[in-house]
Design a protein around this ligand. Structure first.
Ligand code: ZN
Length: 68
């Protein structure tokens, strides 16, 4: 686990890290845009309220819940 690559919203370990317009696959946060327009706290809140939804993952941490 490389701390500097962790998404500041959902703590997913991103390939490139949360910077330079990278999009975090699970939560969909686009760093450099979303985290500039909104606080991390706010983004976390929105993401959590969405389910939390996992954007690009067919099977994220919520997979077990979904398959029940
Ligand atoms: Zn994320």
């Amino acid at each position: 686990m490389v701390a500097e690559r962790l998404c500041t919203v959902c703590a997913y370990e991103m390939e490139e890290g949360p910077r330079d317009y990278n999009i975090c696959p699970p939560c969909g946060t686009e760093f450099g845009i979303h985290d500039v327009n909104s606080s991390i706290e706010n983004l976390q809140d929105l993401w959590l309220k969405s389910g939390p939804r996992w954007h690009s993952f067919r099977c994220g941490p919520t997979c077990e819940m979904e398959s029940v």
